[in-house]
Design a protein around this ligand. Structure first.
Ligand code: NAD
Ligand code: ZN
Ligand code: ZN
Length: 385
């Protein structure tokens, strides 16, 4: 089959590889009908998360069940399914507590994000490096799904692939970022990042009853898109004083909730310069720090943008002084997906309006390049095998 494999930083290729086979009675094989490129794939692409072998990448995908292991009784050959990106057994302590990306039975390698051997097991994710279990990803014609009795969900016939594909990752991710903040209604929600995840968080803020939604980015075309598809007020962080504007809008208090949907990709040139008062060193704030400055006292900061290394300027005193709540992590898609499919079915939310490019799988290298470099007003690429 054809599959997109990582070779070295900035180099993915469409290679011919062996078709996947059932390896366990709880496996399924699906024939991929659509797969997307995620901001998280760019971490591998840009060499920010180490990947040693030429693995098949991609964790956002859906398709048709073509083979089933004996123990998978909830699916039938021919079913159309979307597949959550965490690989999770469904029965360990963490899965039983809805903490699917912390499954104890999906990553035997015990590695953490920086490649260090951890003292506890970590998550298993499709197509997201050997550190996360080394599972072949879904940017391919076929993919093996471990624990297929737990993850994949059948999708209603009336919905197209485009309408449901983002249930695999970015809609649940945007949704949980807001859900963590327990909105009561009427709040001001500021979302840093108007990439696919940030825009999904902005759409989700309205679904949770926000009174005002603000999208922040440094790419004018992405700000325009956020205005259009998420009905957000927008601020260009490369040109405007985000903290000042949001404080002015909130009688000096700051936003009730700040969401970091940028993570370690933040363009450091655009970030605020700060001087460390103890060492005198000049550094830059990152988006997480901007969230801490922008959120009101007693507010919530949700971090869904990925950070893959230690960070030594964590604003602990501000965190303490403002009495903040901080939530972060990979999203337990399995815990949210059924509810979110219904929101799509009931037309409470539209997901496909962020797709700017649909390309054949064979054009994956070009697709990575335009998504990474924000060329051709690229916001979200869908690949069709
Ligand atoms: P993306 O790279 O398309 O979006 C990032 C956006 O941040 C871009 O629009 C970029 O212009 C903007 N940006 C860069 N520097 C900025 C700055 N200084 N201030 C404001 N905006 C800035 O990626 P995406 O697909 O939207 O994903 C966003 C993040 O979410 C990534 O880190 C990705 O890995 C992560 N993610 C996490 C989960 C999870 O489970 N937690 C799931 C999916 C994606
Ligand atoms: Zn993703
Ligand atoms: Zn588990």
């Amino acid at each position: 089959m054809k599959a997109v494999r990582y070779h070295k930083p900035k180099d993915v290729k469409v290679d011919t590889v062996d078709d996947p086979k059932l390896e366990h009675e709880r496996d399924a094989i699906i024939k991929v009908t659509e797969t997307a490129i995620c901001g998280s794939d760019l971490h591998i692409y840009n060499g920010k998360i180490p990947q040693l072998s030429n693995m098949i990448v991609g964790h956002e995908f859906m398709g048709e069940v073509v083979e089933l292991g004996k123990q998978v009784t909830n699916l039938k050959v021919g079913d159309r399914v979307v597949v959550p990106f965490p690989v999770s057994c469904g029965s360990c302590f963490f899965c039983q507590h809805n903490l699917y990306p912390h499954c104890e039975n999906s990553n035997e390698k015990h590695y953490g994000p920086e490649g260090a051997l951890m003292d506890q097991k970590g998550a298993g994710l499709f197509g997201y490096t050997d550190l996360y279990g080394g599972y072949a990803g879904g940017q391919a014609e076929y993919v093996r799904i471990p624990y297929a009795d737990v993850g994949p969900r059948r999708v209603p016939d009336a919905l197209t692939d485009d309408q449901v594909l983002f249930l695999t990752d970015i809609f649940p991710t945007g949704y949980i970022a807001v859900d963590w903040a327990n909105l009561k209604g009427g709040e001001t929600v500021a979302v840093f990042g108007c990439g696919p995840v940030g825009i999904m968080a902005q759409k989700s803020a309205w679904l949770h009853g926000a009174g005002r939604v603000i999208g922040i980015d440094i790419q004018p075309y992405r700000l325009e898109k956020a205005k259009k598809v998420a009905n957000s007020l927008v601020i260009n962080a490369a040109e405007q004083d985000v903290v000042g504007i949001i404080r002015d809008m909130t009688e000096g208090r700051g936003a009730d909730v700040c969401i970091d949907a940028v993570g370690m990709e933040a363009d450091r040139n655009t970030l605020e310069k700060v001087v460390n008062t103890v060492t005198g060193q000049v550094g830059t704030t990152n988006v997480l720090e901007s969230c801490f400055s922008t959120v009101r006292r007693g507010g919530v900061v949700s971090v869904v943008g990925v950070y893959g290394s230690h960070y030594h300027n964590f604003p602990l005193s501000q965190f303490f002084d403002k009495g903040l709540t901080l939530k972060a992590g990979q999203v337990p898609v399995q815990a949210y997906i059924d509810k979110l499919i219904r929101l799509v079915e009931e037309e409470k939310v539209v997901l496909e309006d962020i797709i700017t490019h649909k390309l054949p799988l064979s054009e994956a290298p070009h697709a990575y390049e335009i998504f990474n470099n924000k060329k051709d007003d690229c916001l979200k690429v869908v690949l069709t095998p």
